[in-house]
Design a protein. Structure first.
Length: 123
């Protein structure tokens, strides 16, 4: 979880002894222990509450599959290119006619100097 080496822990302990002194160090160590226990209790309570709210069907979820670090675009493209295409579906015997298009309007050509029709109510 937390990657701290032994040397770093020893250095932190030495700094704590120098800063706090031998008289206050046990008191702060107890406080730190209580804090860690409380954090663990809260985390386990949150996990239990999530399990209760999501229900039993979510206990079987493989969370490793949902890890975003596993998505490699090169692998995804490679798999997509190597996938075999599904054979085309045979045409059914009943053909639906194409949707009916609206009737074509006749093209009206205006004579030279004639004004285009204008609808006062449309504007």
């Amino acid at each position: 979880m937390i990657d701290i080496s032994v040397e770093k822990v020893a250095l932190l302990l030495i700094i704590a002894v120098l800063v706090l002194g031998p008289t206050k160090l046990p008191e702060y160590a107890r406080k730190l222990g209580r804090l860690i226990r409380e954090l663990r209790r809260m985390a386990s309570g949150a996990q239990e509450k999530i399990r209760q709210e999501l229900g039993p069907e979510f206990e079987d979820i493989d969370w490793r599959k949902m890890d975003p670090r596993q998505y490699d675009p090169r692998r995804i493209i490679r798999e997509a290119l190597l996938e075999e295409e599904a054979p085309p579906q045979p045409a059914t015997s009943i053909q639906t006619p194409p949707p009916a298009s609206p009737p074509a309007r006749p093209v009206v050509r205006l004579a030279a100097g004639q004004k285009a029709p204008f609808d006062d109510e449309s504007t």
